[in-house]
Design a protein around this ligand. Structure first.
Ligand code: SF4
Length: 332
């Protein structure tokens, strides 16, 4: 079925098995939530509820909410499953595939990419087209790799903001990211140290490796300044997300022990949605370390009252990692 520029294949037969469903959507799909709920109600005998909470990724499954309303399944839209997550509740993932002009995207790549050997990566909403693009590029003489990724990655070529493992596959000379924003291409550039191209399949603009390198330098400058600001920190807050696919308890407790061994103060702060306003009531921390979604420290640092570091940046702070070995935090 089509909703705006998305194709959403709802498995109605599978949903008919359940009496009560909770539907969960990321922000960009919430606008279609009522329409989708109506269709599901019409085509199944299920009673349908919509989660109005924020939803950030396949790591963020509203299982507790589903249980609290007596739903017998959660239908999670807009993300692919995370294979190595242990889930003790029926969750049905329904991806939303954004329209793409595969021919135009392929042409844009072969007109602009200088290296003939490339690794293709993309996000969930474009993943269905990646093999057609590969075939088109190969017919133009390119050698194209699509990496499998680790156990957090459900389809070859997929990258997440917390996992770039598919970009590490093979010996390609450059990486082509298909998708929007700078976060993923900069992350890929940090993890692979190869030239990265970023093609936005909606605007059809392509960022060349020099632009991505420039974005990477800007990010590194900011991150190094936050590490420097934390140099004399004595009071640390370690953030743990309760979300099933972001919860890194062991890492958080290890960080606490390490900080306490340095005769400094550390507290473990557990919350569902990590928001600066929820942390404010605890008074000032000299430094926060986020073990939750790696994007929080990178994208939202400006909104926090204290410098917020990733666990990787904490390693640099305490001298366990060399500055030139900086990478984005990842979850595997
Ligand atoms: S942890 Fe962050 S980047 Fe990873 S899937 Fe969840 S929301 Fe996306």
């Amino acid at each position: 079925m089509r909703f705006g520029s998305y194709r959403v294949d709802i498995p109605f037969d599978q949903l008919k098995r359940y009496k009560r469903l909770l539907l969960q959507f990321p922000a960009g799909l919430k606008v279609y939530a009522r329409e989708i709920a109506d269709v599901i109600e019409e085509r199944t005998n299920s009673e349908v509820f919509i989660s109005a909470d924020p939803c950030f990724g396949a790591c963020d499954l509203a299982i507790d909410l589903a249980k609290s309303i007596g739903a017998d399944a959660l239908i999670h839209f807009g993300h692919l499953p995370i294979p190595n997550l242990k889930i003790d509740f029926p969750v049905i993932f329904v991806n939303a595939v954004m329209d793409m002009d595969v021919q135009k995207v392929s042409e844009k790549i072969y007109r602009n990419v200088r290296e003939k050997s490339i690794n293709l990566v993309t996000t969930a909403q474009h993943i269905d087209f990646i093999h057609s693009i590969k075939r088109n590029l190969e017919s133009q003489g390119f050698l194209v790799d699509i990496g499998e990724g680790d156990d957090r990655i459900s389809k070859p070529g997929l990258v997440l903001g917390c996992n770039f493992s598919s970009a590490l596959h093979g010996n390609a000379n450059s990486i082509v990211f298909i998708g929007t924003g700078n976060f993923h291409p900069v992350g890929v550039s940090l993890v692979t140290s190869k030239p990265v191209y970023a093609l936005d399949p909606v605007s059809m603009k392509i960022k060349m490796p020099e632009e991505i390198a420039n974005e990477k330098d800007k990010l590194l400058k900011k991150r190094y300044s936050l590490i420097a600001l934390s140099k004399d920190a004595n009071k640390f807050g370690i953030i743990i997300s309760s979300k099933i696919g972001q919860r890194r308890l062991e890492l958080a407790t290890r960080l606490k022990e390490e900080i306490e061994k340095m005769d400094k103060d550390a507290h473990l702060l557990v919350l569902d949605n990590v928001s600066p306003s929820l942390l404010r009531d605890f008074g000032k921390f000299d430094c926060l370390i986020s073990t939750a979604c790696p994007r929080i420290a990178i994208d939202d640092y400006d909104n926090f009252d204290s410098p917020i570091l990733t666990p990787i940046e904490f390693e640099i702070l305490v001298g366990r990692r060399e500055v030139n070995k900086y990478v984005l935090d990842s979850i595997s």
